[in-house]
Design a protein around this ligand. Structure first.
Ligand code: HEC
Length: 207
C-alpha cells in the first residue's frame, strides 16, 4: 500500500493540473466549434492553394507550377488569417514533401480514411484529441480533379518525364506519383489550442 500511495497522489495531481475548465462552454460546444471552424479554415486553405495552382499551371505549365508549389504552398498557408491562431498543414501516407509527414494521430486518421475508402464508405471530417491542450480537425483530400494528375498521376503518361525529373530533383524520396482519380491523397489537418479556443468562444458569447 505504501508504494501505491505516492503514485495515487501523483495521478490526482495530474488530474488537477488538467486542462482549463470553462463554466460556460461545454465539451460539446467546443467540438461543434472545431467542426465549423475547421471546415471553414480548410475550405479557405484549399481555395487559396487551388486558385494559385491553377494560375501557375495556366501561366507556365506543370514544370513551372511544380516550382511554384515547392516555394509557395507553405507561405500561402501561413498567410491565412483565421483569428484563432491554428496550425494548418497537409499530411499524407504517400509523401512528396517530408515536412508533410503525419504525426501519430494524423497517421491513425489517414489509415482509417484509407480503410473506409477501400470499403467504399463515404469519408467525413473528424475531430480528435491528441492531448489535453490540442484539438485536431481533419478532412480528407481525395484526388478528384484531372488537373492533379499532371503531377500526381502515372509517370511517363500523365506526369511527363520532364516534370517527373524535376519532381525527383526537388523531392528525391517522392512517393506521391502514380495516383489514380478517387485515391486518398492526404488530409487537411487543423490544430486548435484548447485554451485559446475556449477564450474565443467565451468572448463570442459576451458579444
Ligand atoms: C504542378 C504540379 C502539381 C499539381 C498539378 C498538383 N500538385 Fe500536389 N503537390 C505538388 C508538389 C510540388 C507538392 C509538394 C509541395 C511542398 O513542397 O510543400 C505537392 C503536395 C501535395 C500535398 C501535400 C502532401 C505531400 O505529399 O507533400 C497534397 C495533399 C497534394 N499535393 C494534393 C494535390 C491535389 C489534390 C491536386 C489537384 C487539385 C494537386 N496536388 C495538384 C505538385 C502538384
Amino acid at each position: 500500500m505504501k508504494k501505491i500511495l505516492p503514485l495515487l497522489s501523483l495521478i490526482v495531481l495530474i488530474a488537477c493540473a488538467e486542462r482549463k475548465k470553462s463554466k460556460s462552454i461545454t465539451d460539446q460546444q467546443i467540438q461543434d466549434a472545431v467542426m465549423i471552424e475547421g471546415n471553414r479554415i480548410s475550405n479557405a486553405a484549399q481555395k487559396a492553394l487551388g486558385g494559385q495552382l491553377k494560375k501557375a499551371m495556366g501561366e507556365g505549365g506543370p514544370r513551372y507550377a511544380v516550382r511554384f508549389c515547392q516555394t509557395a504552398a507553405y507561405p500561402i498557408l501561413d498567410t491565412l488569417t483565421t483569428g484563432l491562431d491554428v496550425k494548418i498543414k497537409r499530411a499524407s501516407l504517400r509523401l512528396r514533401n517530408p515536412k508533410d509527414a503525419p504525426d501519430d494521430t494524423e497517421r491513425k486518421i489517414l489509415e482509417q480514411y484509407q480503410k473506409s475508402l477501400d470499403g467504399q464508405a463515404a469519408l467525413q471530417p473528424v475531430v480528435a484529441f491528441p492531448n489535453e491542450n490540442q484539438i485536431l480537425f481533419a478532412k480528407p483530400i481525395v484526388l478528384n480533379n484531372p488537373l492533379c494528375l499532371n503531377c500526381h498521376g502515372s509517370v511517363g503518361t500523365e506526369v511527363s518525364s520532364e516534370t517527373h525529373a524535376l519532381i525527383k530533383d526537388l523531392y528525391p524520396d517522392d512517393n506521391a506519383a502514380n495516383h489514380k482519380i478517387g485515391d486518398l491523397r492526404g488530409i487537411w489537418s487543423i490544430t486548435f489550442d484548447r485554451d485559446k479556443l475556449i477564450t474565443y468562444l467565451e468572448q463570442q458569447k459576451q458579444e
